[in-house]
Design a binder for this molecule. Structure first.
Ligand code: CA
Length: 705
């Protein structure tokens, strides 16, 4: 449409919203906000999803539906969709959701290196590198760079591994302000996208799998970086006094000296703003440690772990909460994206919040009061029979708390759904979930509150042993599921490659876009799940796609390349030949009749480093395996089989030299590349890791798993 008509259409569409007193207040507030900042299209689009020009936030609108009404690319025309341009990126994390405002794409790849790219031509406009690895210190030991970026009033916002929230001038790429969101030397990191709402920008952090961490989220003034409020998600030591009434209430659900373990409940991913109620929802993470017996003497619900917490957006004051897993014990965090919608349920219009957390149930909550409307499993879910709609609590199966013996359950800490966002199409009335089907055994025999001591210095240490594997009867390890949130039933379900499939986007063209680890980028028919279009990206895809228009033409953009936590389960990604060094990381942009091509993909297969005289010492290698698992596997892959997040060390010449390993691990010579420093690790431990890696290289050479 001609640009000059836009302001009129924008106001006409907001006038059409006036259906009730609440909507009237809403329109009033929208008009005020526009008056404050000017008739900026991006702002209107944040609260009124009907204009698809931009993709101005991680989930496009405040409601985070990952849906665009654009329909130039649709079920009829999608076979004409082709590549317009591609832009190669530097090594580092490419698993990040871009945004698009006024024909410019912004994203933070690598370690939150912000980029601005002309959407029509693919020309890089500017780049800003916050040097996060150098600033990170121990925070770099776990965590993977940024999964998203935010925009408000001419500024983009990145949140860095080391804990900074930085506002950047969207025109020039120059930093405007920087706020430190963590206490000094805190063993936390940021990997989730910041969100903006009403002139504020909010960010949480992660780390509760690795350290004694108490979760919180903090809101800042978007213009100045001044801190507006901070909300803690779990109580601290009562002797220090409680920050607010919510913490006083929460403390009653904890036992023992819980504060010594931090508690957990980090806000590492999901934050959604609800403009209708001026409410901010936080999705919180697992307990720290996972084992409830260690964390809280096995007693109490432990609020607000694994919860959706509603806050007054202006003040950060508690409004209500809903806890998915009272007494959390499985890393079943409720930190997956929360999407807002208006649904008609049992003939009544309802204001709902929808989320598909790790535990495998799809939850529909009434967002006026946090009451559970419905919850049903969207994958095979064996830890609970059902969710009691009266109490909102799960009907747990016996022994799932591994109280008497090891417990094997589905889904797992990888999630029935992880951070890759789902999408809701209001047109189709369906939620499209990137779902995962794995099985896990939890075993805490011999581990007690008395003898458990957390490994210092950020390491995976849950207070329970964990083993994750493909279920024997699984037909596929992942699915794209079209879920009807009203009937709580699948409309369709298609198997997808691998165990960790990409973020999802739905469009008004009745299409659902998703990338996969096998390099396919696919458009599915929203009604049937039939794959209508497929593009060989020649690189794996986990990041969520976006769509927007420039000059009346609809574009689709996705960033290809493997990164973030997916790398931990490298053995499951092995069939796809994804290597840290060999894989391409690329911004790919498509439109109808695009004719650009990509260079051919060079196939990759791990080849062990030559080490002919090596004779393993199994005892030392076993020690090395343990250290590797808790310190290194999160990036370099379980079993030292890497999935692309970091180099596969079985193939690396570095493991042949003690001096090289010392320079890397002890001296930190590769910190600028994102390889952390472990300065306190003893020479003996370093050598044990080296022994383990040489043994795994020998396994690879000789065809053992
Ligand atoms: Ca976790």
């Amino acid at each position: 449409m001609p640009m000059s008509l836009r302001p009129f259409l924008v106001f006409a569409s907001s006038a059409a919203l006036i259906l009730s007193v609440a909507a009237c207040d809403q329109a009033q507030r929208n008009a005020e906000a526009v008056a404050d900042i000017g008739p900026a299209g991006w702002l209107q689009q944040l609260f009124d999803g009907s204009d698809g020009r931009d993709w101005p936030a991680f989930g496009r609108t405040y409601g985070e539906q990952h849906y665009s009404p654009l329909d130039q690319v649709n079920t009829e025309t999608v076979d004409r969709l082709g590549l317009i341009w591609s832009l190669d990126l530097e090594p580092g994390n490419p698993a990040t959701g871009p945004i698009a405002v006024d024909g410019i794409i912004y994203f933070a790849s690598g370690y939150s290196v912000a980029h601005a790219v002309d959407a029509a031509t693919g020309k890089l406009l500017w780049k800003y590198n916050p040097k996060a690895p150098e600033a990170s210190g121990h925070k770099l030991r776990q965590g993977w760079g940024s999964r998203g970026i935010a925009y408000w009033n001419g500024k983009v916002y990145i949140a860095t591994q080391d804990g900074r929230l930085i506002a950047i001038d969207a025109r020039t790429g120059n930093p405007v302000w920087s706020a430190m969101t963590m206490e000094k030397d805190a063993q936390r990191f940021i990997s989730g996208p910041p969100r903006v709402f009403d002139g504020m920008v909010v960010i949480g952090n992660g780390g509760a799998d690795e350290a004694a961490i108490r979760g919180y989220a903090t809101a800042y003034d978007a213009e100045t970086g001044e801190q507006k409020w901070r909300f803690y998600t779990v109580p601290g030591n009562p002797a220090d006094g409680f920050e607010d009434k919510a913490m006083e209430m929460a403390a009653k659900t904890w036992s023992g000296e819980y504060w010594k373990h931090g508690g957990g409940g980090t806000v590492w991913n999901a934050i959604t703003y609800d403009r209708e109620f001026d409410t901010l929802y936080l999705g919180t993470g697992n307990g720290s440690p996972w084992n409830h017996k260690i964390r809280s003497e096995g007693k109490g619900d432990n609020l607000f772990l694994s919860s959706i917490i509603a806050l007054d957006a202006k003040t950060g004051a508690y409004k209500w909460h809903y806890q998915t897993n009272p007494g959390e014990s499985w890393d079943f965090n409720a930190a997956m994206d929360m999407q807002l919608a208006d649904l008609v349920i049992d003939g009544k219009p309802r204001k709902v919040l929808m989320t598909a957390p790790k535990n495998g149930f799809f939850y529909v909550l009434d967002r006026t009061d946090g009451k559970l409307i419905s919850a049903e499993p969207f994958v095979t879910t064996t830890w609970a029979k059902s969710i009691d709609l009266k109490t909102g609590r799960p009907n747990e199966e016996p022994n799932i708390r591994y109280e008497n013996a090891p417990s094997t359950i589905r889904p797992t800490p990888v999630g029935a759904h992880s951070w890759t966002p789902m999408a809701f199409s209001p047109k189709a009335g369906l939620v499209f979930i990137p779902a995962i089907d794995l099985e896990a055994t939890f075993d805490d025999r011999g581990i007690t509150a008395e003898n458990w001591e957390r490994t210092p210095g950020m390491a995976l240490d849950y207070g329970v042993r964990l083993d994750v594997r493909p279920p024997a009867d699984a037909k596929s390890l992942s699915y794209l599921i079209a879920w009807d949130p009203v009937t709580q039933k699948a409309a369709w379900r298609v198997p997808t490659p691998g165990h960790f499939n990409g973020g999802v986007m739905a469009t008004g063209g009745d299409l659902v876009f998703q990338g996969h680890p096998d390099s396919s980028f696919t458009a599915y028919d929203a009604k049937t799940g039939r794959a209508l279009w497929n593009f060989d990206a020649k690189a794996p895809i986990v990041a969520p796609p976006i769509t927007y228009t420039v000059g009346g033409r609809q574009y689709v953009t996705v960033i290809a390349g493997m990164g973030t936590s997916a790398g931990l389960f490298g053995p499951l990604l092995e069939p796809f030949g994804i290597d840290y060094r060999a894989q391409k990381r690329r911004v790919l942009t498509f439109a109808l009749d695009g004719k650009a091509t990509l260079p051919p993909k060079v196939p990759y297969k791990a080849v062990a480093v030559a080490d002919p005289d090596f004779r393993p010492d199994p005892v030392v290698a076993k020690q090395g395996e343990h250290i590797f698992n808790i310190r290194c596997s999160v990036c370099h892959g379980g079993g030292a089989i890497a999935g692309g997040t970091a180099p596969d060390l079985r193939t690396s010449g570095a493991i042949l030299s003690e001096d090289t390993m010392t320079a890397i691990i002890h001296d930190g010579i590769l910190v600028p590349n994102g390889m952390p420093r472990f300065e306190e690790m003893s020479a003996e431990d370093r050598e044990a890791i080296r022994q383990y890696l040489r043994m795994r290289a020998a396994d690879l050479r000789e065809g053992r798993r």
